[in-house]
Design a protein around this ligand. Structure first.
Ligand SMILES: O=C(O)[C@H]1O[C@H](OP(=O)(O)OP(=O)(O)OC[C@H]2O[C@@H](n3ccc(=O)[nH]c3=O)[C@H](O)[C@@H]2O)[C@H](O)[C@@H](O)[C@@H]1O
Length: 434
């Protein structure tokens, strides 16, 4: 119809009944159905391909829901290749070691030392933000350069742990993942229960059913001595008076270790570390943030005990701790169980790894002042009642006898190495560094 002959009244709606229109309607329905199926199919494919869904065939639906909330991703052929390559043993009689907390301070150093001597090393770390995660990422980059892959995940993720043990028959687990720090336990108590108790139990549950069962060496803490006043601290001394929740969770770990050793034949060695310090250290520790704050000209709180008593620590240098960890791994006997059942008695040990010479915190500050060539703004404060103990002092004769542990680095020498690293990593904060 030509445009000029149209009137302005709106056309009345008439149902269209022609066969042509009927076919068009059917065609639309078919198209709609087709695209709906395509859309649903895509969602299904995406779900099946997602790492959390492929990671374990035995996962329960609640596992899937829980893990799908996680941000870390794992699984797939490329990931598996990296896992296997990192864990490959390169020396005769070498170990294959799962290092939990590999992006942590001690974890990084131990991983490098193991790899260097030809052991297969696979890291596991959840990269949490208890302290600056960028430092953990830098440590990760360091490990990558040595051929060590860190799987990103939590020790509470049982499906992930199962998968790792399916891929690699680990001979050893070096368990260093933990919520560290004595004072932070008052701020965030549940994080200590989550990592140091629930996470440890989850790891042991997986280890007990693994075939072969690995031998486990793990980080306990000097803080388990708590209010003990007998000095130096010996492994035989009482450890039933923890002064912080942190210490209580580490002590709980020692009791849990006893149970898994007793019921399942897992070989377990706990190492009581004494205030470990050194390059790539933890920014929440006093020697580390004192260095930062002295350089910034910020006042530093130096704790003193009752009646102006000295607060002292048996500061232990990281290289000595690494030697202790390797000694413990090398003398760890095999676990005796299989298929989740104990087949005979297994080794259960606890060792102090300290330096055997406590240093007052005020002396630590003096050393830092000399190394940094900056006078500290000291602010002497009463020891807060939040878990700190006045002193620690290790008796290390047991570790010396068992695996020749002999610390060789005094605080002055160790702090010199730490300060050199600190300045190269962060600069001094002076204008010339910026
Ligand atoms: O040996 C251990 O088992 C523990 O060692 C350290 O705990 P801590 O010895 O308290 O280490 P720092 O927090 O670095 O404190 C070192 C010393 O400095 C003192 N301090 C700390 C903080 C502060 O502001 N001022 C201060 O004088 C503390 O009282 C302590 O005597 C670690 O943080 C724990 O994770 C570890 O388990």
């Amino acid at each position: 119809m030509p445009l000029s002959h149209m009137d302005n009244t709106p056309p009345k709606f008439k149902p269209e009944k022609s066969p042509y229109n009927h076919n068009r309607f059917k065609w639309h329905i078919a198209k709609l159905t087709f695209w709906s199926f395509m859309f649903l199919g895509l969602i299904l494919v995406f779900f099946i391909q997602s790492p959390s869904a492929t990671s374990s065939s035995s996962s329960t639906s609640s596992d899937l829901t829980r893990r799908s909330l996680k941000t870390s991703s794992w699984g797939g052929p490329v990931w598996e290749k990296r896992v296997k390559s990192s864990a490959r043993i390169r020396s005769r009689n070498g170990f294959s070691v799962l290092v939990t907390g590999a992006a942590g301070f001690v974890g990084t150093h131990v991983s490098v030392a193991l790899k260097r001597r030809g052991d297969g090393v696979l890291g596991l770390d959840n990269f949490n933000d208890y302290y600056d995660p960028s430092l953990k990422r830098s440590r990760q980059a360091l490990l990558e350069r040595s051929g060590i892959f860190i799987v990103e995940g939590d020790i509470n993720d049982d499906a992930l742990l199962k998968k790792l043990f399916e891929l690699i028959p680990f001979t050893h687990v070096m368990h260093l993942a933990a919520q560290a720090g004595v004072r932070y336990a008052m701020e965030n108590p549940s994080s200590y229960v989550h990592s140091n108790i629930a996470g440890f139990v989850n790891l042991l549950e997986i280890c007990k059913t693994a075939n072969p069962q690995p031998a486990i060496v793990w980080a306990s803490s000097s803080s388990v001595y708590g209010l003990n006043t007998k000095s130096p601290f010996s492994e035989k001394d009482r450890t039933d008076q923890p002064a912080s929740l942190y210490a209580a969770t580490k002590k709980a770990g020692e009791e849990i270790a006893h149970t898994y050793n007793h019921i399942y034949g897992l070989s377990l060695t706990g190492l009581r570390f004494f205030t470990v310090y050194g390059p790539w250290g933890r920014p929440d520790m006093a020697y580390f943030f004192f260095t930062r704050d002295i350089l910034k000209g910020k006042a530093i709180p130096i704790f003193e005990a009752a009646n102006h008593g000295t607060v002292a620590r048996d500061f232990t240098y990281i290289d000595d701790i690494v030697k202790g960890c390797l000694g413990a791994l090398d003398t760890a006997e095999k676990s005796t169980g299989s298929g989740g059942k104990k087949r005979g008695p297994a080794q259960l040990r606890v060792f102090n790894l300290g330096n055997t010479s406590p240093v007052p915190v005020s002396d630590l500050v003096g050393i830092l002042e000399r190394l940094l060539k900056v006078k500290a703004r000291r602010m002497v404060t009463k020891l807060p009642r939040n878990g700190d103990v006045p002193f620690t002092h290790a008796n290390i004769s047991l570790a010396r006898r068992e695996f020749g542990y002999r610390p060789t680095t005094d605080l002055q020498t160790g702090l010199k190495k730490f300060v050199r690293w600190y300045v190269s990593y962060y600069g001094t904060g002076k204008k010339s560094d910026q």
